[in-house]
Design a protein around this ligand. Structure first.
Ligand code: SF4
Length: 386
């Protein structure tokens, strides 16, 4: 969307936003130029451009994690291991690889474990979804007690720990299960097995299949528990897959409210770029009373065949800055704030409503991508397929 660094500086000054937030937002929307068969890449950016990343330097934050579509029209490109915007070098791109969708991966410097036990890349149907463009490293299912236990033992080896007490959250982020009953059964099995391994943190479910009162009441017993209701869109529900498109906002509102009343940490996911800001504002105002943590707001990333789903307003960069301001106005009076480690393609990176966003944001503390590959098992996934 933007073409050069001058635009970044101008927008940052005009809106009182760090240049990093403008740049990383634009990078996520625009993608990067690179020849790949899959259409997506991921890497860690170690920023060393002290002008564009001045706020990050001041806060001691130079590393950012990115997963991007590859787009021939993007002004972002690579020269050797450098990420460039036009002629301007932004920093070192560590471990650029296809965007593997793994069966598990760390976040928050290794203190959060995301698991994908049901092959998310096999899930299809939402028009904006990018999992079909990820390289599947997730075909090993972890749904039975036996496979899940084996997987947790392998985590002990990979993290080089004797138990999982260092994790603050285990997030179940996966493709859809056959039905709600199967999700609840898996989560109950996961909670008791994780407890055996010394895990005392939050079990978190990101999905759309826990909606009925009986299911919410059951997962409320798996305390501490969190749910991100994958809403994605308020009005254009027909772009979602089968049963997800049939879920109406009223049903989701009731489900979120019940979850909150049962002591579950609640939020919802939303994709910015699909609907007008007016629709977004109406929907956010409706659901905000029911959530207890910041929504997961992703910017729409366009892949081949998806150009027509972006709403007309989102063709301009100002739409993203306006939606950012809208959410800041709605949420800054509350204690809810974005958690940079859980969303690599959000509207915020270093600042929310003029407050700094501190804390970890990369999968692992080390910038050594070899270590990253070792822990997420991406190298072994490659070998498996060979
Ligand atoms: S439910 Fe939709 S967004 Fe989620 S993985 Fe399946 S197709 Fe993608």
């Amino acid at each position: 969307m933007l073409d050069n660094v001058s635009q970044i500086y101008c927008l940052a000054e005009a809106h009182g936003i760090p240049t990093e937030d403008i740049l990383l937002l634009d990078l996520n929307i625009s993608g990067a130029r690179k020849r790949t068969p899959s259409g997506r890449i991921r890497f860690q950016l170690h920023a060393d451009n002290g002008d564009l990343f001045a706020t990050g330097f001041r806060l001691g934050i130079q590393d950012f994690y990115l997963a991007l579509p590859t787009r021939r029209s993007s002004p972002y490109h690579f020269v050797g291991d450098r990420l460039m915007l036009g002629e301007e070098s932004l920093g070192q791109a560590l471990g650029v690889s296809d965007d593997y969708c793994d069966a598990s991966y760390p976040r928050r410097e290794g203190t959060v474990l995301n698991i994908n036990p049901n092959a998310r890349t096999a899930c299809r149907g939402c028009r904006f979804c990018y999992t079909a463009f990820q390289t599947p490293g997730d075909r090993e299912r972890l749904l039975t007690l036996d496979t899940f236990r084996k997987f947790l033992h392998s985590c002990l080896d990979r993290f080089q720990v004797s138990n999982l007490s260092h994790l603050i959250e285990v997030a179940v982020v996966t493709g859809c299960f056959a039905n709600e009953r199967e999700v609840v059964a898996f989560l109950a099995m996961a909670r008791s097995t994780l407890n055996e391994f010394g895990f005392g943190g939050e079990l978190f479910y990101f999905g759309s299949q826990i909606v009925n009162p009986w299911a919410i009441d059951m997962v409320a017993e798996l305390t501490p528990f969190g749910i991100c209701f994958s809403l994605e869109v308020f009005e254009k529900r027909d772009i979602l897959r089968d049963f997800k498109s049939q879920l109406r906002i009223g049903q989701l509102e009731d489900a979120i409210a019940r979850a909150r009343e049962r002591g579950i940490r609640t939020n919802f996911s939303y994709v910015v770029g699909l609907e007008s800001m007016q629709v977004m504002e109406r929907g956010f105002r409706r659901l905000l009373p029911e959530i207890t943590s910041f929504p997961i707001i992703n910017v729409l990333q366009i892949h081949p065949g998806q150009d027509d789903i972006r709403c007309a307003d989102a063709g301009s960069f100002s739409y993203y800055l306006d939606t950012r301001r809208l959410v800041e106005d709605l949420l800054s009076p509350t204690p809810m704030r974005p958690r940079p480690w859980e969303n690599y393609r959000g509207l915020w990176y270093l600042s929310f409503a003029c407050e700094p966003l501190l804390g970890p944001r990369t999968p692992l503390p080390s910038t050594a991508h070899e270590l990253f590959n070792k822990i997420v098992g991406c190298a072994s996934a490659k070998e498996d397929r060979a």
